[in-house]
Ligand binder design. Structure first.
Ligand SMILES: N=c1c2ncn([C@@H]3O[C@H](COP(=O)(O)OP(=O)(O)OP(=O)(O)O)[C@@H](O)[C@H]3O)c2ncn1[C@@H]1O[C@H](COP(=O)(O)O)[C@@H](O)[C@H]1O
Length: 104
């Protein structure tokens, strides 16, 4: 496996944006973005993956926590892209909070 770092978040987000523009029948992201339930389907998945993450933590199952957290973050990326919210906006918000809350 190639070295993994957080730039994967940007790479996956870019693919999701591409899926918004170019429909592909075999794409899971396209299925979510074009689901008959609309945004509700994406929100359902975010809720479901949140609960599965909580259960994995409750069960103290390290592997499951990593897996379910990844599902949750992926579906959050889909939710953000579907609402035209960029990762730069999230980074700016976290950065501003960090600046205003730091103590040293
Ligand atoms: N990271 C992911 C990723 N993580 C999870 N999943 C899919 O998320 C789905 C939901 O997981 P579940 O366990 O809830 O499966 P399910 O019971 O079939 O869910 P339902 O949709 O039926 O509710 C599964 O089908 C997984 O394959 C993902 N699908 C795509 N990606 C990324 O998105 C990119 C684009 O994907 P495609 O649009 O499919 O090409 C990929 O290259 C990946 O980088």
């Amino acid at each position: 496996m190639q070295d993994a770092d957080l730039s994967i978040l940007n790479r996956v987000y870019e693919i999701i944006l591409d899926r918004k523009q170019n429909y592909d029948e075999s794409s899971y992201v396209c299925k979510l973005l074009n689901h008959r339930k609309g945004m509700n389907k994406i929100l359902e998945k975010v809720g479901e993956e949140s609960i599965e993450t909580i259960l994995a933590v409750r069960n103290e199952d390290h592997k499951e926590i990593v897996s379910e957290s990844s599902d949750l973050i992926f579906h959050l990326l889909v939710m953000l892209a579907a609402n035209n919210i960029t990762l730069d906006e999230i980074a700016a918000e976290l950065s501003a909070r960090h600046e205003s809350m730091k103590r040293d």
